[in-house]
Every structure is written in structure tokens, then in C-alpha cells.
Ligand binder design. Structure first.
Ligand SMILES: Nc1ncnc2c1ncn2[C@@H]1O[C@H](COP(=O)(O)OP(=O)(O)OP(=O)(O)O)[C@@H](O)[C@H]1O
Ligand SMILES: [Mg+2]
Length: 266
């Protein structure tokens, strides 16, 4: 199992906190793997409810930000709270869809097993998956058009199908905060629409999703807030406020061509 999946699946069970604080409140987060920091002193307070896109070039630290927020990377400094509590106490309320490349697809699990992992906090780790849990996991797979693949090993699914299985796992978890790392990468138009409707459902339930998104053509259509990162935080806020040519050029180090800029800022 990949460290990402294991860390999320092993997360401790806690009580539902009284609603307080931002879904995610990160301050002064600095992460370095080797020497040079991948993320430098990043502050971010997520809005209560809504869809946030994390934008930045390859290697900017987007995945590191999500992993760092979840406590999956050793951090040099910083404080992370979720719903007014230390993030470790709020894990049960957070669903995480890792970037596809970071998952160990050789791990012997079926699509149904992976979807059911979203329920481990209610089932109990290492307890048998009961009928009602199987049914919930199957329903989530069906919703993502993956019911026919329930018994297939995850390594034997196509990339887009793997992505759908991970979304089913997040769906079944019924979280209050969703962290998704490039869910749209390598999916077809139908899957893209499925993901968009899933995101809209999250937002209309008053929940928050923070999603790494690379496509500047669709970012303003799908999301209402943005966090722009390039090792440091470049800008954050409502889409209309932060989607400026200046912020985009700073984020991409001046490497954006005019058509990409035009697509992003309309
Ligand atoms: N496990 C690791 N060990 C060492 N360096 C790492 C590790 N993970 C990431 N890095 C480095 O940290 C930096 C940020 O990586 P990260 O994966 O957060 O970028 P990203 O913004 O998600 O990029 P992408 O768009 O390619 O997914 C990069 O320079 C990367 O090479
Ligand atoms: Mg990444």
C-alpha cells in the first residue's frame, strides 16, 4: 500500500468537533525533503464551503502543500489546524485523493477494497467489511460508473478508472473537507463531468474541496477560490480577485504564453 493511502487509512478515530474554525488553517508551513525547501512559509486559511483550486507549475509544491497539511511529510515548521482542532484530530473529516503517480498500484487490492477504505474509520481497521459497508462502497463505485470493475485489481485498471476508484473512496467517506491532487489529470470528458458534478455537490452541501488543478482554461469555471503557489504563496482568495496576469506570471515565473494568460483571466 502506498504511504499516502496507509496514512489516511490508519488515521485515528475522533469525535465530531463542534463546528469551529476554518476547514483548513495553515500557518508558516515550510517543508523540505532534502535541502532546498519545497514549500516556504506558506499561510493559508480555506473558506468555509466552496471550491478552491491550487495553481502552480510542476514542482511548485502543490502536492507537498496537501501532504504537509495532512501531516504526511516531515515539516520543518508550521502549524496546521482543521475545523479549529489540530489536523490529526480532524482526519476523520478529511478525504484525500492523492496524485495518481504517488500511489502504489501493485498493492493487492480490488476496486471495491479501495472504495471501502473510505469507510475504515466507521468499520474499524482490520475488522471485516460487513454487508452494509460493501453496499455503500459498491454504491459509490456505481455512482462513478465503476460497478462492473468492483472485483478488478486496482493495478489492472486504466488511469482514468483508477482515478474514479479513488473518487469513490472519497465519496463514501462523506467528509467535510476534500483534498484532491489533480483529479482531472488524464481523465476523459465523461469522467471530467462526473468529477465536476461531484465537486458541485460538495460545494452545495456547504463543504470545502481544495483541488490541485492544472488547466487554466477551466479553472475559473470549476472553482470559486484559488491558492497560487510557487514554493511560496503567491496569492490566495476569491477567483475574481487573484486571477490577474501579474499573479499568474509570478506563479509561473513569467513562463506563461499570452494565450494561456488570456484563457485564465478571460
Ligand atoms: N519524496 C520526495 N523526496 C524528495 N524531493 C521531493 C519529494 N517529493 C517532492 N519532492 C520535490 O519537492 C518539490 C515539490 O514537489 P511537489 O510534488 O510538491 O510538486 P507539485 O507542485 O505537486 O508538482 P506537479 O505539478 O509535478 O505534481 C519538487 O522539487 C520535487 O522534486
Ligand atoms: Mg503534484
Amino acid at each position: 500500500m502506498s504511504p499516502d493511502i496507509r496514512a489516511v487509512a490508519n488515521a485515528e478515530t475522533v469525535h465530531d468537533a463542534v463546528e469551529a474554525g476554518s476547514p483548513l488553517d495553515v500557518s508558516g508551513l515550510t517543508v523540505a525533503y532534502d535541502r532546498a525547501p519545497a514549500l516556504w512559509n506558506v499561510d493559508y486559511v480555506a473558506p468555509k464551503g466552496g471550491l478552491v483550486a491550487i495553481i502552480g507549475p510542476n514542482g511548485a509544491g502543490k502536492s507537498t502543500f496537501l501532504k504537509g497539511a495532512l501531516g504526511l511529510t516531515p515539516k520543518i515548521s508550521g502549524r496546521v489546524a482543521a475545523f479549529g482542532a489540530p489536523v490529526a484530530d480532524a482526519r476523520r473529516r478529511i478525504a484525500y485523493v492523492p496524485q495518481r503517480e504517488s500511489v502504489d498500484w501493485e498493492f493487492p487490492a480490488t476496486a471495491l477494497d479501495v472504495a471501502a477504505m473510505g469507510l475504515y474509520r466507521s468499520i474499524g481497521w482490520l475488522r471485516p467489511v460487513r454487508k452494509k459497508h460493501r453496499e455503500a462502497a459498491l454504491a459509490a463505485l456505481a455512482e462513478l460508473g465503476m460497478a462492473d470493475f468492483a472485483d478488478r485489481q486496482i493495478g489492472q485498471l486504466s488511469g482514468g478508472q483508477q482515478q474514479r476508484v479513488f473518487l469513490a473512496r472519497a465519496l463514501v467517506q462523506d467528509a467535510d473537507l476534500y483534498l484532491m491532487d489533480e483529479p482531472f489529470a488524464g481523465v476523459d470528458a465523461a469522467t471530467e463531468r462526473t468529477i465536476v458534478s461531484l465537486l458541485r455537490r460538495i460545494a452545495s452541501a456547504g463543504k470545502t474541496a481544495i483541488v490541485v488543478h492544472h488547466d487554466l482554461q477551466t479553472v475559473t469555471e470549476y472553482f470559486d477560490h484559488a491558492l497560487m503557489i510557487n514554493v511560496r504563496r503567491i496569492a490566495a482568495g476569491p477567483m475574481a480577485d487573484v486571477m490577474t496576469a501579474e499573479n499568474l506570471q509570478k506563479t509561473y515565473g513569467g513562463r506563461l504564453a499570452a494565450p494561456q494568460l488570456a484563457a485564465a483571466i478571460g
